[in-house]
Design a protein around this ligand. Structure first.
Ligand SMILES: Cc1cc2nc3c(=O)[nH]c(=O)nc-3n(C[C@H](O)[C@H](O)[C@H](O)COP(=O)(O)O)c2cc1C
Length: 335
């Protein structure tokens, strides 16, 4: 029996819930081509960073100032100050190229934390042909004088500023550390987000005892990290009317199925594709279809959210009650 894996994410009709998330796998044209061939439903391009844009703007300003104070013929003696590789303009070319390479929707990504001139790139990304935009707000509050309300407002202002630049669907990718995630998520929607992507994996720096230096290495995830998005998608599915995507720890067909049962509209993968190759998408799709067929599910829509908190036979399982039960029943220690 063939099952219908289609899903609606950000108003885009996807052929299945698997989206390649922003990262090295969506950077190279050959890999984009392969992702399309193995059945990925959408790709999120690696981010264009606020710092990247501001650095470029600064370089251009330097160049203008230099030009104004020099003899025009002397400019020919110097190499160009601005290297286009890795520049914001180069990013726009990558969006256009990705649109030519893949048949599925291309989601571009902006990564920043403050409202500023750099958000004009949202509009340029739309003009370059992106089907949607993912805004990754990566901000770690370290100032004891800054309140959580101020931090949240900074996020909301940024989302509103980006929303004002584009008409394409806008997803916002955030971390999990908010005092009242449901309230904040609702306000992100009110500020203009069409969907939320849970969760950013913040870089966790370590200390290298040999060099006595801070070691800031990105690490890849494993399936245990799935629990955080799983819980929050299950809780928010019935209280928020927006698209929900999961990212972090999706490695197996079972991981994808759990997130769909919790209520995810789309499921993003990166670490597993870096570890096992792009061809793993096929295994994920086959595994999901097989599981659904064995249980007589005809479509993903039928499954979606059937174990979200509101539909779950034991809603407290997602909350404090389960925490108490789990600790009291913990049987991992031998006495
Ligand atoms: C090497 C690397 C580069 C990444 N680059 C980006 C990026 O440019 N923008 C972004 O939003 N997320 C980026 N991510 C995060 C991934 O998109 C993804 O959200 C995260 O790795 C969790 O998913 P996973 O468990 O499937 O890896 C990156 C992750 C890795 C490992």
């Amino acid at each position: 029996m063939s099952v219908d894996l289609t899903t609606n994410y950000l108003g885009l009709r996807l052929k299945n819930p698997l989206v390649a998330s922003a990262g090295p796998v969506t950077e190279h044209p050959e890999l984009l081509h392969e992702l399309d061939a193995v059945g990925i439903a959408a790709v999120v391009l690696p981010s264009l960073w606020e710092e990247q844009i501001e650095h470029y703007d600064w370089q251009l300003a330097q160049l203008e100032e230099y030009g104004a104070n020099s003899f025009p013929e002397a400019l020919n003696y110097f190499p160009p100050l601005v290297d286009r590789r890795g520049s914001p303009d180069d990013y726009l070319s990558r969006v256009m190229l990705a649109k030519q390479i893949v048949k599925v929707p291309v989601i571009a990504s902006l990564n920043g934390r403050t409202r500023g001139g750099w958000v004009r790139y949202a509009r340029m990304i739309q003009e370059a042909g992106a089907d949607a935009l993912e805004l990754n707000v990566y901000f770690l509050a370290t100032d004891p004088n800054q309140t959580s309300a101020e931090v949240e407002q900074q996020y909301l202002d940024l989302v509103a500023a980006v929303r004002a630049e584009v008409t394409i669907p806008l997803a916002v990718k955030i971390g999990p550390f908010f005092s009242s995630l449901p309230n904040f998520a609702k306000r992100l929607m009110e500020a203009g987000a069409d969907g939320l992507v849970f969760f950013n994996r913040f870089l966790q720096p370590d200390i290298d005892l040999n060099t006595l230096a801070v070691a800031a290495h990105a690490t890849l995830s494993d399936s245990r990290e799935l629990r955080l998005p799983l819980r929050w998608i299950a809780i928010l599915r019935s209280v928020l009317r927006c698209s929900l995507a999961a990212t972090s720890g999706v490695h197996t067909p079972a991981d994808v199925i759990k997130l769909i049962l919790a209520g995810a509209d789309a499921v993003q993968v990166m670490s597993v594709l870096m570890q096992r190759g792009v061809g793993h998408v096929r295994e994920l799709l086959e595994g999901i279809s097989r599981w659904m067929a064995e249980r007589d599910y005809e479509s993903l829509e039928q499954m979606k959210g059937s174990l979200c908190q509101a539909n779950c036979p034991d809603p407290a399982a997602f909350e404090r009650a389960n925490y108490m039960k789990a600790l009291v029943n913990y049987a991992g220690i031998q006495v």
